[in-house]
Write a new protein. Structure first.
Lengths: 989, 211
């Protein structure tokens, strides 16, 4: 176990507070504030796992989870980024993608077979003969992927979501982000700041001095300045701080999404955050651009900030003897700092020929640290861990070896500009900074800080302040808060800070160095996908000349690191390799989520929002088996027998009750209400008579049926109508849309939930009804298609209709939802002597199918028109007041012989019913089965199908093809419809 | 003999301490252990609600109150809350809990049965709502009371912000009756960390009197 440096003022761990966790079955000890990765490192774990393809050993590299090197299984969850996950008491940690152990992986030999796996090998090999590919694919799939998750795995923990609102959202809690937040908040705006680390401070947080000014203004070390800013931000009433929150997406209209990892005081493990702001400041800073050399991902090779932060934030020295190979001043600063902490620095190689900060050069010299200008690491040695590094001049002419256990390597810096890309900023290559910078910023989005190439501390802070003020101006210019004086003052403040910023150092010149002079067989440009420089060369040599295509072909940048490691080097390397074209480097695309997170976090709270009818609880108590049907949960069956034999027979022979409350119900009224009905229904709605129910259908402009239902006249220009369950949500919009140019005066109100519906059906239905009302419900007083309004027990108002959907004597009661349970109980009580039973949606489906009554969506799809279904009789061709929607198309379709026809069929030889959706075929597909069931009323299997018109004639044999029938067809014969009670005597009696 | 009762779409996992029968509803006035917690959820599904629709809304004064002219503006007067939904429609809530005499004009439709109606009251109302909706209740451009017609917990709602005044904060909302059970589940879950508890109508009335 390495000794922790406990006295640093920059520490973010509490060395006195021990945390015991389990690694591979043994107890390990970390401290509070440690990540899993730092705790393991503290316990001398150097190899965290094996790489995806070649099973190469992998260890700490960035400390910010920029690659999959340190992804491990934690508490059963694979691919957890241990560099970003705080260690907790009792955590169980395992290595992944190993056969054996990370130290001794039996699959490690694959590393020597890299010659068999050139770029895109799975696109190009194993495809001939064709029979080889399925076998090879299975093996590749078996080998591919990191981590294993059982299909039965249940995600532990609490996942939540919030949708906070803000005027300004700031991405990044470093010095620029904090200044931006303060500047906007001081203007009275509501600000949200999102920071991926568990604390604010950014790259000031771990640094004890600023080498550019020797000391910060007023002799304040940078970490101290960071904490001062953080304190101001966290105590500001207008700023809401989300720490340990990674932004995963930025979208148009300033929508920013992220996820936050909960602390022990939070009620969630992770939560999804979605912020809609008026303006966005992106101050996400920079990451390091990896240095490309042989074995550049061997455990023991780390980035500058990784080593520096490991020491200053966590109190851990990454090694004893280090060699630095860097391309920026932060590398020199780290070498000085780590030397002072006791690390032996064998040499510092700098790829830059000039531009180094002289103050740092002096500090290196003071410490007798050898400085090799124009040198670079070319190869790390050691089979599992680094034990030596070869350094060479950048032209490769001279080499020297150094025995060491740590190689600190970094080619340069690169801005984290994924947030800008997602927000549709256009990036261009800037040769001064060697960055991809935003050429055109999205509206109301501002960038600040290091991502602009700034390195000077004061420049960074002022850029943040400016961005915050510009964001404030965005908000103040919005109509509701418009005020000339205020905005003018803001503009002059912006001008003043702009002038100040011009006095300070601007963007620094960036290192353009990409790769050491190596052949590249073991030089990894993407750690996640084991993509080497050689692979990139292979892809380019095969004709791929655009980084985006090379990325696809080689997989570079498509792993969990989301392009963090190769994102910048790939286009630079491609541009270098294709130098003769002279084109500037082109960045590759990024997509959300910018940072990998759990699907459980996106799922959030597990609330299933479904509608329930007023009878829901009672029907469950009665044994109802519920299914989700559209937005509703409905009782589909009332026993384990899903053929519903008893339910069906009870309705045919006795009396049953169905809860039909999900039907759409509407009131339409106003002087032009009838005109609207004439427009949307195919029938002549002026013929709707008081006391009668009118059944009709609505079509779309193509004549295809979209809805059916009944219409009742309540009074002059006042109607009540029903729609199918599925269409209820769209009905008002449909009416308004199709009358939008008419200026008609009408009003519609959705009463779907307001009225419950009870369907009382069966030969004994009238006898039951008679027991609860004094109303004359005889066949003459209340005939088929009749409508009555009455009040039951002087209390419950009922709209009653005589309908016959299931083909029996039926009543449909529309009753205020709050009274549904009472009326249901009254009918149940009255029906006790007949042994009244519930029936569910499936029984209703069979009953109506026997009667050949259609259900839209079952006997129709979006191309099925009114005539196809045999409902042409509903269409009134003589309506004058309004143009009926779909009438023109129906006229054209009337004589079209190519259209399908709805037919009834029975199965041959008393066979079972065909499955719904089965195809009607000969040598081609000729139609499909809509609904077919074994009919207990008819003692045979019957169904309805939509078929080509030449198959519609009674007696035609239908050949039916079902999924997985293995070539064995079943057959039916077209028969007249309806199958049951063709004269309708039962429902009309 | 079946007792005729009206049932609310909303049910809480709490035991009613005091109830009152009103127009066949069993209105819970207070729940057992309700106390004076910081945040509470009240079922008001029994209160009478109406929609009024007319191309000349200015000419209509429900219960003598002028309908606000601005889109999504609301007015609370004499226990009646009126919300301007669009150019031809307003919703009317009779918050007193007593059933008023219904206006006879055909421009009115009673909507009491259409939806559940609940109030969330307390200092953490907007911390709870931000877990359920992205609506900006604290938008300084809006003056209480105001109406949102937008989703909460993915369900289309009418939400009226009645107060944003610290512990006196509160909203009233309606949504399709069928979502009652799942909506209560979602809200109680969102409010658990803030100690959200069911409360009876009395708590709502006391709060309403302070506005």
């Amino acid at each position: 176990m390495i000794t922790r440096i406990n006295q640093l003022p920059t520490l973010r761990v509490d060395p006195a507070n021990k945390v015991v966790f389990d690694y591979k079955g043994k107890d390990y000890v970390g401290v509070k504030g440690d990540t899993v990765a730092t705790a393991l490192y503290h316990n001398d774990v150097r190899i965290f796992g094996r790489s995806l393809k070649y099973h190469r050993p992998r260890g700490l590299y960035s400390l910010d989870g920029e690659c999959s090197n340190t992804c491990m299984e934690i508490d059963g969850i694979p691919n957890v980024r241990t560099e970003n996950t705080l260690v907790k008491q009792g955590m169980k940690v395992k290595e992944q993608n190993v056969k054996g152990s990370a130290e001794n992986d039996m699959m490690g030999f694959i590393d020597k077979l890299d010659w068999m796996m050139p770029a895109g090998f799975y696109y190009r090999t194993m495809h001939k003969p064709a029979s080889l590919w399925p076998v090879a694919m299975k093996q590749i799939r078996k080998a591919a992927g990191l981590g294993v998750l059982s299909p039965d795995f249940e995600m532990p923990g609490k996942f939540d979501q919030i949708f906070p609102s803000a005027d300004v959202v700031v991405i990044g809690g470093g010095p620029a982000g904090m200044n931006a937040a303060l500047a906007a908040a001081d203007k009275g705006l509501r600000v949200i700041i999102m920071e991926s680390r568990p604390w604010l401070g950014g790259f000031f947080d771990y640094r004890t001095f600023d080498y550019r000014d020797a000391q910060y203004k007023n002799s304040k070390p940078l970490y101290s300045r960071a904490r001062e800013l953080a304190s101001k931000v966290e105590s500001h009433a207008n700023i809401r701080v989300f720490k340990h929150t990674s932004v995963v997406g930025t979208y148009t209209n300033n929508l920013v999404t992220g996820f936050q990892i909960g602390t022990e005081n939070d009620k969630f493990n992770e939560r999804y955050i979605e912020v809609r702001a008026k303006s966005v400041v992106v101050a996400a800073g920079c990451i390091e651009r990896p240095l490309l050399f042989d074995n550049n991902e061997r455990p023991g090779v780390m980035q500058v900030a990784c080593v520096h932060r490991l020491a200053k934030t966590y109190g851990l020295l990454a090694g004893e003897k280090a060699v630095f190979s860097v391309g920026h001043d932060l590398g020199l600063e780290a070498a000085v700092d780590l030397f002072d902490l006791g690390m032996k620095i064998l040499c510092v190689a700098d790829v830059r020929e000039d531009g180094q900060n002289p103050y740092l050069m002096i500090e290196l010299a003071k410490r007798n640290i050898p400085y090799l200008k124009g040198w670079v690491a070319s190869k790390a040695h050691g089979s599992k861990l680094v034990n030596k590094v070869t350094m060479t001049t950048i032209d490769g002419t001279i080499s020297r070896d150094f025995d060491c256990d740590l190689v600190v390597a970094s080619a340069g810096l690169t801005p984290i500009n994924g947030h800008l890309t997602l927000a549709h900023a256009t990036l261009r290559y800037d040769s001064h900074t060697n960055f991809f910078v935003a050429d055109k910023m999205p509206e109301k989005t501002h960038a600040a800080g290091r991502m602009l190439g700034l390195e000077d501390s004061l420049s960074i802070e002022i850029s943040g302040k400016l961005a915050g003020l510009k964001a404030a101006l965005d908000c103040k210019l919005m109509p509701q808060s418009y005020g000339n004086t205020e905005t003018d003052a803001l503009k002059s403040e912006i001008d003043s800070f702009t002038a100040q910023s011009k006095e300070l150092p601007g963007p620094a010149r960036g290192s353009k160095f990409v790769t050491a002079p190596v052949k590249g067989r073991k030089t990894f440009i993407c750690f996640d996908e084991d993509t080497t420089i050689k692979n990139i060369k292979q892809a380019i040599d095969m004709g791929f000349d655009v980084p985006e295509l090379i990325k696809r072909f080689t997989s570079a940048g498509t792993g969990p690191g989301q392009g963090g490691i190769p994102g910048h080097n790939l286009p630079l390397y491609v541009a270098k390799y294709l130098a003769e074209s002279g084109a500037p480097p082109k960045p590759t695309n990024v997509r959300p989520p910018l940072v990998p997170t759990l699907i459980a976090t996106y799922a959030g709270s597990k609330h299933i929002m479904m509608k329930r009818t007023p009878m829901d609880e009672m029907q469950r108590a009665d044994g109802g088996v519920f299914r989700k049907i559209g937005v509703w949960e409905r009782a589909r069956y009332f026993s384990d027998d899903f053929s519903c034999k008893k339910e069906i027979e009870n309705v045919r022979n006795n009396v049953g009750m169905l809860d039909g409350s999900t039907l759409g119900k509407f009131r339409i009224h106003g002087p032009d209400a009838l005109k609207v009905l004439q427009r949307v229904y195919v029938s002549d709605m002026s013929k709707v008579k008081t006391g009668r129910v009118k059944y009709s259908a609505m079509c779309n402009d193509d004549g295809c049926v979209i809805d059916d239902g009944v219409v009742i006249k309540l009074g002059e220009n006042d109607y009540y109508f029903t729609t199918s369950t599925a269409r209820a949500g769209a009905t008002i919009e449909w009416l308004r849309y199709h009358t939008r140019f008419d200026g008609w005066d009408f009003y519609v109100i959705n009463l779907t939930d307001s009225m419950g519906v009870i369907n009382l059906s069966g030969p004994n239905a009238r006898k039951v009804l008679q027991k609860i009302t004094s109303e004359d419900v005889s066949n003459s007083a209340f005939p088929f298609s009749g409508y009555k309004e009455f009040i039951i027990k002087d209390t419950i108002p009922v709209k009653a209709m005589r309908l016959g959907f299931v083909g029996e004597l039926s009543y449909e009661f529309h009753v205020p939802s709050s009274y549904m349970v009472s009326l249901w109980n009254m009918l149940k009580d009255a029906g006790k002597e007949f042994n009244i039973q519930n029936f569910g949606v499936e029984a209703q489906n069979v009953l109506r199918m026997e009667k050949c009554h259609i259900i839209l969506g079952q006997e129709s799809e979006q191309r099925t028109n009114l005539l196809d279904l045999g409902l042409g009789f509903l269409w009134d061709r003589t309506k004058k007041d309004a143009k009926t929607i779909g009438a023109v198309a129906l006229r054209q379709a009337e004589n079209d012989p190519t259209r399908f026809r709805l037919v009834g069929f029975e199965m041959e030889n008393n066979g079972r019913a065909a499955r719904d959706g089965a195809l009607i075929v000969d040598d081609k597909v000729r139609g499909y089965v809509c609904t077919a069931r074994d009919s207990f009323s008819l003692n045979k299997a019957v169904g309805m199908a939509l078929v080509e018109s030449h198959l519609a004639k009674v007696g035609t044999r239908l050949e039916i093809f079902e999924d997985e029938c293995g070539g064995e067809r079943i057959y039916g014969t077209v028969v007249p419809m309806p199958f049951y009670d063709p004269d309708g005597k039962r429902m009309k009696s | 003999m079946v007792e005729i009762k009206r049932y609310s779409p909303v049910a809480f996992k709490a035991f009613p301490k005091r109830t009152e029968a009103r127009d066949n509803w069993t209105v819970v006035l207070e729940y057992d252990g309700e106390g004076q917690g910081a945040n509470c959820l009240v079922d008001l599904s029994h209160i009478t609600r109406l929609d009024v629709q007319s191309s000349n809304l200015d000419a209509i004064t429900p219960f003598g109150i002028t309908i606000p002219q601005g889109l999504c503006d609301s007015v609370l007067q004499d226990g009646v809350l009126i919300n301007r939904m669009n150019s031809i429609q307003a919703s009317v809530f009779c918050l007193s809990g007593k059933r008023p005499e219904m206006p006879a004009e055909s421009s009115y439709t009673e909507t009491t049965e259409v939806g559940m109606c609940m109030a969330i009251i307390g200092k953490d109302v907007f911390s709870i709502t931000e877990k359920l909706t992205s609506l900006d209740f604290m938008d300084s451009a809006k003056i209480t009371p105001f109406l949102y017609q937008a989703p909460m917990s993915h369900i289309p709602c009418q939400i009226i912000t009645l107060s944003r005044d610290g512990a006196k904060s509160g909203i009233l909302f309606t949504a399709s009756r069928g979502y009652g059970k799942d909506m209560v589940h979602a809200i109680m879950d969102a409010g658990a960390e803030f100690g959200l508890k069911p409360a009876g109508e009395d708590r709502f009335k006391s709060w309403l009197n302070t506005l």
